[in-house]
Ligand binder design. Structure first.
Ligand SMILES: Cc1ncc(COP(=O)(O)O)c(C=O)c1O
Length: 458
């Protein structure tokens, strides 16, 4: 029996829905005849039109078929029981809020220039033509601003035509990996290195050659021997070790690329946040070599939430990019691109970088001081001087399981280089970007208490 009652849902919809459910659940099996319209109308005291409308909807959706002179039947080729599999409700992924979270690539919430951004956003929204498609590579204005910025601050030699606006580093790498497929099926990657690169290139079926990082950067002899035509490096500030490739080796790298017609992917991810010296000029700009693909991001100095990154292609790769990606558009929303363009054009970006550098240098120094005062000789700092985190290594034997358990109990979260790099040891990032200045000493003190409890005594 179907339940039909007065409600805001029309009677024919109520009838249609209940019959449909019976069909789906195999209560009305395939081939079964439905009661005639007249019978249904009499049994349920509803009009024939109501039944006709319900049947007609079921017919239109293919649940029932009508045979001349015989009536309505449940369709023969209907797939039934498709509701019987229980759909497991996935628990929403809620990331736990820790009291002290030392994540290595985060800013404190209050650092983004929200008011200014909203004002500029309001301004640009009126100038956007929402009726037409945007520029595929990213807006011309933003690319022009980037070309100016990169040439003055990173000594790049480039024109806006060579720049592509991407939505984050993995998107940048995806585009590069796709373009370079016709040149090579393998890539040399600095080891240790950023996991994302290995992941993206593996997904694109490249084979990976790990080339060791020595004191002065990538091992050039191994690189030569490896016979690769592609190389990924972080020359200004190696990730995660922090090593900088000196100019002599940079020139050797460029010579290697020129001699072998190879391409170097230069990941310049945190050059804006260099605290102890001016950032080293880019590899891309050396000698207008056209062998370097440059990759940059707005995550470190502006916001990782905006998802804006960019690549600068050598001229000969631009036409290949245009051919391969002829139907693709930059994934960064147009209003974000335009706001960023004006943010740069009106000089706010330069000011913001200065502010970020000053603030984060203070945080960096506080973190260093806190490590020295609380963790003393039990750790050594293996990377400092830039970005949003310091890297420390234990100088004592640690019970890592105990450490992690106790940290969890105290609502403290730390990250090791295993989390995002191919360096598979227990080197720890102590991120400072996400803390307010006044929190840093307290956070390290809290961490140190757990740390000392986890030292193994022989
Ligand atoms: C080595 C390296 N490259 C690039 C990036 C930029 O990543 P994204 O643009 O996805 O924020 C990061 C961010 O932490 C990084 O560590």
């Amino acid at each position: 029996m179907y339940k039909l009652q007065k409600s805001s849902t029309a009677l024919y919809i109520q009838l249609y829905t209940q019959i449909k459910e019976d069909i789906k659940n195999n209560i009305l099996a395939s081939g079964v005849k439905l009661p005639s319209i007249r019978k249904m109308s009499n049994d349920y005291k509803i009009s024939k039109t109501t039944v006709e409308s319900a049947y007609s909807q079921l017919y239109a959706e293919g649940y029932i078929e009508s045979l001349p002179q015989s009536g309505y039947f449940v369709s023969k080729d209907i797939v039934q029981n498709f509701n019987t599999q229980e759909i497991k409700e996935e628990k929403p992924l809620v990331s736990k809020e820790y009291k002290y979270n030392f994540y290595q690539a985060r800013h404190s919430k209050d650092i983004f220039p929200k008011k200014l951004w909203a004002k500029l956003h309001n301004k640009v929204i009126n100038s956007i033509n929402f009726g037409s498609y945007p520029n595929k590579q990213g807006t011309l204005g933003l690319r022009k601003e980037l070309a100016k910025y990169l040439s003055t601050s990173r000594a790049l030699i480039c024109e806006e035509e060579q720049i592509i606006i991407c939505s984050g580093f993995s998107d940048s790498m995806f585009i590069i990996a796709t373009i370079l497929k016709e040149f090579s099926s393998s890539i040399a990657i600095e080891y240790p290195g950023y996991k994302v690169v290995e992941r993206v290139f593996k997904l694109q079926n490249y084979s990976i050659d790990n080339i060791a990082i020595l004191k002065e950067g990538i091992d050039l002899k191994s690189l030569e021997k490896s016979n690769n035509k592609l190389l990924y490096v972080t020359p200004s500030h190696q990730y995660p070790t922090g090593i900088t490739i000196p100019i002599s080796n940079r020139i050797k790298l460029i010579s290697w690329a020129m001699k072998n017609n190879a391409y170097i992917i230069e990941d310049d991810y945190d050059s804006e946040l260099s605290y102890n010296n001016r950032p080293i000029p880019s590899l891309q700009g050396i000698n207008n070599n056209q062998r370097v693909i440059y990759s940059g991001t707005f995550s470190k100095a502006l916001s990782p939430a905006l998802r804006v990154s960019y690549i600068v292609l050598p001229k000969e790769l631009v036409s290949i990019y245009k051919e391969i990606f002829q139907f693709s558009y930059s994934g960064v929303p147009l209003d974000t691109q335009k706001t960023l363009e004006v943010f740069m054009k009106e000089g706010h970006w330069e000011k913001h970088i200065r502010k970020m550098r000053t603030l984060n240098k203070r945080k960096h120094d506080l973190m260093k001081k806190a490590i020295k005062s609380y963790l003393k000789n039990s750790v050594k700092i293996v990377r400092e001087g830039s970005g949003l985190a310091l890297l420390i290594k234990a100088c004592v034997e640690i019970d890592w399981e105990k450490l992690n358990r106790l940290l969890e109990e105290e609502s403290i979260k730390i990250y090791s280089t295993k989390s995002d790099s191919t360096l598979d040891d227990n080197t720890i990032y102590l991120g400072f970007g996400c803390f307010k200045e006044e929190e840093i000493l307290k956070a390290v003190e809290a961490f140190s208490k757990v740390w000392y409890k986890s030292i193994l005594t022989s």
